[in-house]
Design a protein around this ligand. Structure first.
Ligand SMILES: Nc1ncnc2c1ncn2[C@@H]1O[C@@H]2COP(=O)(O)O[C@H]2[C@H]1O
Length: 241
């Protein structure tokens, strides 16, 4: 396929000369259109998609604009396009649960405020443990090194001489994690209970590195505490001064 290399824009006898549409120059105008559209949207995936289409039209322009394709420019544009494709794949993976095992998918249901990418990130720093016997995991008044999620089985919460069973899908230790204080209750994981465990320091440093992740985890623990509050009753206590 050949394109005219000269740009013809004159008007003849009042009629618009459309020969420009059949020159290589039209590709650069289409590329510009996609770049401008891309820069006008906020959605990162759409922005990158539009820029990628724009880059393809630039490559067509460099190929057809002269008798010999402009290989240097084509290479440079191809590299820009490749970097864009890599980031589009990274974003798609962050948004998708594709490749997650059944256990991970079941667990992900608890992490309602995290996207799949954020969930994968914090799970890379988690251990899966099974209580070999009844195992104390939080002691009232003592700072714990770990934060837990009950994934199977149950833990017993001891508070004011009462024992309450708490089942799967509940975080344990999130109050002291959010408030940076000692544990507010004794908690014992029953023999055979499966827990997902995070080192608090590591989780905290992950949160310091990403404001979005920090907000998502904060929202998750707030929702967990609100849910627990909705089924509990305040303790009788003296008024605060
Ligand atoms: N009323 C409650 N209902 C459910 N879980 C609780 C309740 N009180 C305390 N816990 C859990 O027990 C944990 C003890 O350590 P934290 O105070 O860090 O976080 C606490 C909660 O995860």
């Amino acid at each position: 396929m050949r394109f005219y290399t000269d740009r013809v824009t004159s008007r003849t006898g009042g009629a618009v000369d459309i020969s420009y549409l059949f020159t290589a120059g039209i590709f650069v105008q289409i590329a510009l259109l996609f770049y401008v559209l891309g820069l006008l949207v906020r959605n990162e995936l759409l922005l990158r998609g539009l820029l990628l289409i724009g880059t393809m039209f630039y490559i067509l322009y460099y190929y057809f604009v002269s008798d010999v394709p402009l290989w240097d420019a084509i290479f440079a544009s191809a590299m820009i396009g490749l970097a864009n494709v890599i980031m589009i794949l990274v974003i798609l993976r962050e948004k998708s649960t594709l490749g997650m095992s059944d256990d991970m998918l079941a667990l992900y249901g608890t992490f309602t405020t995290l996207n799949p990418g954020q969930f994968r990130k914090i799970m890379r720093h988690a251990d899966w443990i099974t209580a070999p016997e009844d195992l104390p995991i939080c002691t009232r008044g003592v700072r714990s090194d770990y934060l837990y999620l009950v994934s199977k089985g149950q833990v017993i919460l001891r508070d004011d001489g009462r024992n309450v069973a708490v089942g799967s899908g509940n975080f344990i230790g999130e109050i002291s994690f959010l408030l940076d204080c000692p544990a507010t209750a004794d908690v014992i994981a029953m023999q055979g209970t499966e827990l997902v465990r995070w080192d608090r320091q590591k989780l905290m440093s992950l949160m310091h590195k990403s404001v979005r992740l920090s907000n998502a985890i904060g929202a998750l623990f707030n929702a967990d505490i609100a849910r627990k509050l909705s089924v509990s009753w305040p303790k009788d206590q003296a008024h605060r001064e």
